[in-house]
Design a protein around this ligand. Structure first.
Ligand code: NDP
Ligand code: HSE
Length: 433
């Protein structure tokens, strides 16, 4: 059979890994596919010492690749929005299939890109964009396609998980660990995407569409990062039997779906609690199968290349029958009516940390406010005065309540004369049900 000819645009962390793995596993891949995968052209502004492109057709203009009639599949690995979108749409207009690792592009412009691809009868695949090397999209839209997905929760940003793990285990300062993640090639070009939860929200948006059959709603996802997390809260959470994780959670509710990314306390005994470093994991609950868990490296050169190349092989298998491909977001009919719930409509348990004056009756006043708002306390801990300011920390875990009710209670608590500064609120999820 004729080889499948790919054009790779971008020769950074993922691009170089893709070239390396395609070259290294060339024979194994050909045996799986029944035809070989050839790198027809590479579009890169400069060489990358991490991969050897000697003898390969390298152009400095990525649009040469999108316009090259000998390229069957364009692999977009440049990242970003505008140029990447233009590149992908040009390739589609030229009848090429597209494989991308760019979750930002898919989450924010996917509806338009998939419409263009449908028009041209080509495939756009993006497995590498979600949870790095883990075949999470494949599991969700193929392996679990018999199920009504109830919810999913994932550690879906390797950089963020790496930072939280290093802070907890080594007490390393946030900025130092972030720099390390950048040097290891885990972080986005703009690392605020990682630490402020934007990258995780991109991935969650894509997962939710594949789980519930809804359009991509990145603009409605609630996003909260990890930059305000302190070692003190990580320590208190540990003492209470929890681990701090940065989770993306998508949950089906009677009146819509929750779509939220935020720091979350999970029970220390839960499997997700032991997902450390750059590793990612996605837990999915389907009505037929129950819970399934997918674990693996969430970022990195070869690990991400693994998912990019799996997509190339999937596309290659469908070259003669692209309409047989799974719908781009897993459902042929997308439900436009299911709303994404605003954050004050979610239901959750909470960790609250209050810095209070060490006076008789404070605890009573605090618990009275929770009680008259109908908030049930699950655990309560008072820590000794630390700063010599005559104050103590009170840490409270609550049972599940509506976020809007918790908002009201926090406002009332912050108005107490005993409470100093803002109350720290971290959502808690037991990941059961
Ligand atoms: P890098 O910054 O390492 O690589 C991007 C490459 O694209 C660079 O070589 C850059 O060239 C090149 N590039 C950017 N714009 C252009 C352009 N206009 N013309 C030619 N070349 C261009 O990024 P990554 O490899 O880390 O990420 C690539 C994509 O994969 C992103 O969408 C990212 O979100 C995604 N991703 C990354 C993962 C990871 O672990 N790193 C994991 C999963 C997904 P130059 O060096 O000259 O700027
Ligand atoms: N910056 C991303 C992360 C890369 O750290 O998870 C993988 O998508």
């Amino acid at each position: 059979m004729k080889p499948v000819r790919v054009g790779i645009c971008g020769l950074g962390t993922v691009g170089s890994g893709t070239v390396n793995v395609l070259v290294r596993n060339r024979e194994e891949i050909a045996r799986r596919l029944g035809r070989s995968v050839e790198i027809e052209q590479i579009g890169a502004r400069r060489d990358n010492p991490a991969c050897d492109t000697t003898g390969m057709n390298v152009t400095r203009d990525i649009f040469d690749v999108a316009n090259n009639p000998d390229v069957d599949v364009l692999v977009e690995l440049i990242g970003g929005y505008d140029t990447a979108k233009q590149l992908v749409l040009t390739a589609i207009a030229n009848g090429k299939h597209v494989v991308t690792a760019n979750k930002a592009l898919i989450a924010e412009h996917g509806n338009e890109i998939f419409a263009a691809a449908r028009e041209q009868g080509v495939i756009v695949a993006y497995e590498a964009g979600v949870a790095g090397g883990i075949p999470a999209i494949k599991a969700l839209r193929e392996g679990l396609s018999a199920n009504k997905i109830q919810w999913l929760a994932g550690i879906i940003n390797g950089t963020g998980n790496f930072i939280l793990t290093e802070m907890r285990d080594k007490g390393s300062p946030f900025a130092d660990v972030l720099k390390q993640a950048q040097e290891l090639g885990y972080a986005e070009a703009d690392p605020t995407f990682d630490v402020e939860g934007i990258d995780a929200a991109h991935k969650l948006t894509i997962l939710a569409s594949n789980a519930f059959g809804i359009p991509l709603h990145f603009d409605k996802a609630y996003t909260e990062g990890i930059s305000a997390i302190t070692p003190r809260d990580i320590q208190y959470a540990t003492e209470l039997g929890y681990r701090m994780k940065h989770l993306g959670i998508a949950r089906r509710r009677g009146d819509g779906v929750e779509l939220r990314v935020h720091p979350t306390l999970v029970p220390a005994k839960h499997l997700l609690a032991s997902v450390d470093g750059v590793m990612n994991a996605v837990l999915m609950e389907g009505d037929a199968v129950g819970q399934t868990l997918y674990y693996g490296p969430g970022a990195g050169s070869d690990a991400t290349a693994s998912a990019v190349i799996a997509d190339i092989l999937d596309v290659a298998r469908l070259l003669d029958a692209p309409t047989a491909a799974v719908a781009p977001l897993g459902f042929v009919e997308s439900d436009q009516q299911i709303p994404v719930l605003p954050i004050d409509k979610i239901h959750c348990s909470y960790y609250l940390r209050l810095h209070v004056s060490d006076q008789p009756g404070v605890l009573t006043r605090v618990t009275e406010i929770l009680s008259h708002n109908g908030i049930n306390i699950d655990a309560l801990m008072q820590k000794e005065v630390r700063e010599g300011d005559g104050c103590a920390d009170i840490v409270i875990l609550t049972h599940e309540t509506l976020e809007a009710i918790m908002d009201t209670a926090i406002i009332e608590l912050e108005q107490l004369a005993d409470v100093t500064g803002s109350i720290i609120r971290i959502r808690v999820d037991h990941l059961e049900m």
